[in-house]
Design a protein around this ligand. Structure first.
Ligand code: PMP
Length: 334
């Protein structure tokens, strides 16, 4: 057994496991369990990276205030680091976000500013613009993950080298999604240096503009999707998608079916974006004609989605399963 350690020192150094039971064609498919970070997602890495950098250059003073525009995993990760280091945190959250997510970040000590969801970029109440204004007016540090270079740096200097070491320098492809683009950008910069032949594979939800942008250079009209944390209706400024070699557009139904299959067959409870990543990884694997070592991620745990994609009735409500809306209870306990 090892001696007690600081919680923030537990960020990163996540294990990689091989998926043994899925049909991966000629490939071996590995996942890095980012769900094992202390606040439960891959976002712990960028929270500590962005805050460390701001502490170093004085943008963030002791007992200062941090502002971000999110109700997602970045909010939880920032709340963790803020609590440990004695900072105040304000999260600007669009009012369409689930009550559970808002309650969760509040319980972690964040001050929540709710704003309208029905407006776009440029409107003063748009959540990104409002976060910027609050930071300007209060002198707080706006982490601004969509524009902050310390986001991809966390993956270029942390996630990438960890994968390289854990995989003994043999990685034929990495598969990631894009929310802010930090993961994919950092990984593609790291692999361009150590292994430029490694394929960089984008997994994008249907409705997002990114896969089409990568393959055609066009920015089309965005649709909507149910997978959380990845897919965008714009190209995040911090992202660099120039090294993407393959891009797959994955419908929600395929993401959810993949996640449910991973739970049944591998015993891993993965989140919805990880379903998209693994669906794309499986498509890539099945297209290969020679053995390849493919690495992807469990970005967060499926706990958050038990009443959504792991719930048959919710799936039926979304038109994603044939199960009748009013199911037979005997079925559930059989
Ligand atoms: N999966 C989940 C669940 C996320 O919350 C995020 C971040 N929004 C990502 C994947 C994508 O990460 P990135 O911001 O590095 O593109």
């Amino acid at each position: 057994m090892t001696a007690p350690v600081d919680l923030l020192a537990q960020i990163g150094h996540t294990p990689i496991v091989r998926l043994d039971h899925l049909d991966t064609g000629p490939c071996s498919l590995f996942v890095k369990l980012e769900s094992q970070n202390p606040s439960g997602s891959i976002k712990d890495r960028i929270a500590v990276s962005m805050i460390d950098a701001a502490e170093r250059d004085g943008r963030l003073k002791p007992k200062g205030r941090i502002v971000e525009a999110t109700a997602g995993n970045t909010g939880l990760a920032l709340a963790l680091v803020a609590a440990r280091r004695g900072y105040h945190l304000t999260l600007v959250i669009p009012d369409k976000m689930s009550r559970e997510k808002i309650a969760h970040v509040r319980a972690m000590g964040a001050e929540v500013v709710l704003t309208r969801s029905d407006i776009g970029k440029g409107h003063p109440a748009y959540y990104q613009d409002l976060a910027q204004r609050i930071a300007d007016e209060t002198g707080a540090f706006f982490t601004d993950q969509f524009n902050n270079p310390d986001n991809p740096i966390a993956h270029e200097t942390g996630t990438g080298p960890e994968i390289w070491e854990q995989m003994d320098g043999r990685v034929d492809a990495v598969v990631a999604g894009v929310g802010s683009g930090g993961t994919l950008t950092g990984l593609s910069r790291f692999f361009a240096r150590v292994s430029p032949q490694t394929d960089i594979v984008l997994a994008d939800p249907k409705g997002s503009i990114l896969a089409d942008y990568v393959t055609s250079g066009r920015i089309g009209a965005a649709g909507s999707w149910l997978v959380e944390g990845i897919g965008e209706d714009f190209v995040p400024p911090v992202s660099d998608l120039s090294r993407v070699t393959h891009a797959y557009t994955i419908p929600d139904g395929e993401s959810f079916a993949t996640a449910r299959g991973v739970l049944r067959q591998e015993g891993l409870l993965i989140g919805s974006s990880s379903g998209t990543l693994l669906a794309a990884a499986l498509r890539y694997c099945r297209e290969q004609t020679s053995p390849k070592r493919v690495v992807s991620f469990v970005c967060d745990s499926g706990n958050k989605y038990l009443s959504k994609m792991y719930n048959d009735f919710w799936m039926a409500d979304q038109g994603l399963s044939n199960r009748p809306r009013f199911g037979d209870l005997r079925d559930l306990i059989a």
